[in-house]
Design a protein around this ligand. Structure first.
Ligand code: NAD
Length: 266
C-alpha cells in the first residue's frame, strides 16, 4: 500500500515517516508540506532522521496523491477538509488525526466519507482507545452519584483546547450517562459561579513545556474517587496507530471510521 504524508515536517510528521517505513505492507510514496515551508525539496527520510529515502517533500498534494493509495494527515481541520476534497476527487483513502473540528466541519467530513473510506480519530493510541472503553463501563457502573471532571495537559504549542481526546472522553461518558455532552460540558469556572450541578462534566486544560499529552477522568463520589489516566511518553504510538489504521483500511469501502473500529472495540 503506497502512503503519502501531509504535514511531513510537523511534530507528528517525522514520527509518521518512521512508522510508515517500519510498517508491514506500507511504502512511503510521497510527503508534502504547506507552500513556502523551508523544508520543501528536502528528503523526507533525512528530515525524519531515518536515512535518505529518495522521497522529496513537495507542496503539491494533488500530484502526490495520484501515486498514493492512502493519505496520512495530522494537520488542522481547515487543512484536512481541503485534503479530503483532493482525496475524494481522486478516490483515495485518508487517515486523519487532526483535532479541533467544529460540529459543522465534522458534518463536512461525513459528506466526504460518503465517497471514500475515511478514518478520523482524535487519538490513535491503543491505550487511549482502551481508556474510552473503560470510561464507558465506569460511567455505567458509577452512574449519576459520581461527579465527572476531565483534566488534560499538553505542550505549549498546542492550538486547540480542550484536546480532541478530552472532548471524546467527555462524549463517551455523556453517552453512557444519557447526557448531551454539548449541554453538560463546563469549560470555565470563575467567581461566584454557584454550586456544581450533578450533570455537568468539568473540562480543565493545562498547557506548558513539551508535554506530549496526559488525560485524567475523575469520577468523584462521597468518600471515594476513581481516576482513569493515560500518559503519552512519546508521539511514536500515535504514529503506529496511524499505520495500523492504514493497514485496516486497505479493503474497506467508503464510510467514516475511527480507532474503535480499527481495534475492534466498537
Ligand atoms: P505541527 O504544527 O507540529 O504540524 C503540523 C504540520 O502541518 C506543520 O508542519 C505545518 O507546516 C503543516 N501544514 C499546515 N498547513 C498545511 C498545508 N496546507 N499543507 C501541508 N502541510 C501543512 O502539529 P502536530 O503537533 O504535528 O499536530 C498536528 C495535528 O495532529 C493537530 O491537530 C494535533 O492535535 C493532532 N494530533 C493528533 C494525534 C492523534 O493521535 N490523533 C496525536 C498527536 C497530534
Amino acid at each position: 500500500m503506497k502512503v503519502a504524508i501531509v504535514g511531513a515536517a510537523g511534530r507528528m510528521g517525522g514520527r509518521l515517516i518512521q512508522a510508515v517505513i517500519e510498517a508491514d505492507g506500507l511504502e512511503l510514496s510521497g510527503a508534502t508540506e504547506r507552500p513556502g515551508h523551508p523544508q520543501i525539496g528536502a528528503d523526507a527520510g533525512l528530515l525524519a532522521a531515518v536515512g535518505e529515502l529518495g522521497v522529496p517533500i513537495t507542496d503539491d498534494l494533488a500530484t502526490t496523491m495520484e501515486k498514493a493509495d492512502v493519505l496520512i494527515d495530522f494537520t488542522f481541520p481547515e487543512v484536512t477538509l481541503k485534503n479530503l476534497e483532493i482525496c475524494a476527487n481522486l478516490g483515495k483513502k485518508i487517515v486523519s488525526g487532526s483535532t479541533g473540528f467544529t460540529p459543522e466541519q465534522k458534518q463536512q467530513v461525513e459528506k466526504y466519507a460518503e465517497q471514500i473510506p475515511v478514518i478520523l480519530a482524535p487519538n490513535m493510541s491503543v491505550g487511549v482507545n482502551a481508556c474510552f472503553k473503560l470510561l464507558k463501563e465506569a460511567a455505567k457502573i458509577l452512574g449519576d452519584d459520581f461527579d465527572v471532571e476531565i483534566v488534560e495537559l499538553h505542550h505549549n504549542k498546542k492550538k486547540d483546547s480542550p484536546s480532541g481526546t478530552a472532548v471524546r472522553m467527555g462524549e463517551v461518558v455523556s453517552e453512557a450517562l444519557e447526557r448531551d455532552y454539548n449541554q453538560v460540558a463546563t469549560y470555565h469556572r470563575e467567581g461566584m459561579c454557584g454550586e456544581r450541578t450533578k450533570e455537568e462534566i468539568g473540562m480543565q486544560t493545562v498547557r506548558g513545556g513539551d508535554i506530549v499529552g496526559e488525560h485524567t477522568v475523575y469520577f468523584i463520589g462521597m468518600g471515594e474517587r476513581i481516576e482513569i489516566s493515560h500518559r503519552a511518553m512519546s508521539r511514536d504510538m500515535f504514529a503506529r496507530g496511524a499505520t495500523r489504521a492504514c493497514q485496516w483500511l486497505q479493503n474497506k469501502k467508503s464510510g467514516l471510521y475511527d480507532m474503535q473500529d480499527v481495534l475492534g472495540l466498537s
